[in-house]
Design a protein around this ligand. Structure first.
Ligand SMILES: Cc1cc2nc3c(=O)[nH]c(=O)nc-3n(C[C@H](O)[C@H](O)[C@H](O)COP(=O)(O)OP(=O)(O)OC[C@H]3O[C@@H](n4cnc5c(N)ncnc54)[C@H](O)[C@@H]3O)c2cc1C
Length: 300
């Protein structure tokens, strides 16, 4: 890392994690977030008169070691608990039965924890699914076995958001193989909620490192000069006129960014000069050659 100051757009969990990675390397970070609060899709909702709940059913698999490492780094690992250590309780509405399913393939050695319909004949198909020899669809391996309906079909849609007849077996295998590691098939949930047990500890750690998180700042445009980014065109939410004015720094009027012929006028947005600094776009990408995810930082 050579840049002194890094600008990160978006304070979802990816942006917050990227900021943590940068501060670990000694860099200075400014985070810009369009919403009034950090967290992005990871947040707890507090409706007036209603009950507080997370945005969606957020669960964390222990196979996601990077997420666990993040929790450890911000001292929040013990806030995530395993509510169903004996397997996931499933209510089969069609059959009117209830049973528990083990989430780790190793737990299927116990008949009571096996997914419905899983028999000995399926084992070779599941091994082929975890280690496919060539590119093919998930359905071409599992065919019409009962576990397609009870396990593989829903799993494929959950992991790849694609139906099994067109979903890539090689892609699904990346997720399946991660579940083979000992204790990687445990399912964790936040004890008090996503905001309290994930976002707040990360934000507190970042603030302790001096990171600035500027909320209500939407990136509208990258201002460039000769293909080099020289400024960020930011605007707060349009309905908040007071904040829009106050978010425009005084120096904007004199900023070379503000007078850019391609950029929006200084009166319509806040423009920050960031000469001699760099901009980061952070994405969680699958690292080459394996089913691991890593935070990749692209500088412009
Ligand atoms: C209902 C639901 C259930 C889910 N359940 C799970 C689950 O069980 N387990 C799991 O692992 N994942 C789950 N997810 C997925 C998980 O929430 C997301 O993958 C994760 O939160 C994405 O984080 P992110 O930082 O990449 O993106 P986001 O959370 O979308 O963050 C992006 C941030 O960037 C900001 N932004 C965007 N554009 C601009 C701009 N121009 N200028 C400034 N800021 C900008 C946005 O306001 C936002 O805060 C679920 C998602 C939903 C919606």
């Amino acid at each position: 890392m050579t840049a002194r100051r890094i600008h990160i757009i978006g304070a979802g969990i990816a942006g917050l994690s990227a900021a943590l990675a940068v501060t670990k390397e000694g860099g200075e970070v400014i985070l810009y977030e369009a919403a009034p609060h950090p967290g992005g899709r990871c947040r707890t909702l507090h409706p007036a008169g209603g009950f507080s709940h997370d945005n969606g059913t957020h669960v964390l698999f222990t196979a996601n070691r990077h997420a666990l490492n993040l929790l450890k780094a911000v001292g929040a690992r013990d806030r995530w608990i395993e509510p169903e250590p004996k397997g996931l309780p499933i209510h089969d509405m069609r059959a009117g039965t209830k049973r528990r399913i083990g989430l780790s393939p190793w737990s299927w050695l116990w008949p009571s924890r096996r997914p419905k319909g899983l028999g000995l004949a399926d084992l070779s198909r599941i091994v082929r699914l975890a280690f496919p020899a060539q590119e093919c669809s998930v359905a071409s391996i599992i065919c019409d076995r009962p576990i397609m309906d009870s396990l593989i079909g829903p799993l494929t849609v959950a992991v790849l958001n694609t139906p099994p007849n067109v979903a890539s077996a090689k892609r699904l295998a990346l997720a399946l193989r991660r579940l083979l590691w000992p204790r990687s098939g445990r399912l964790l949930v936040a004890k008090n909620g996503l905001s309290e047990d994930l976002i707040q500890p990360v934000v507190a750690t970042l603030k302790a490192h001096g990171v600035s998180i500027l909320t209500g700042q939407r990136l509208r445009q990258l201002l460039t000069n000769d293909r080099r980014v020289i400024g960020l065109s930011l605007s707060p939410p349009s309905r908040d006129r007071t904040r829009r004015r106050s978010a425009t720094p005084r120096r904007t009027a004199n900023s070379p960014c503000g007078s850019s012929p391609n950029g929006p006028s200084a009166s319509s947005c806040a423009v920050r000069a960031i000469h001699r600094t760099r901009i980061v776009s952070a994405k969680w990408r699958r690292a080459r050659g394996g089913p691991r995810f890593s935070c990749r930082i692209r500088r412009t």
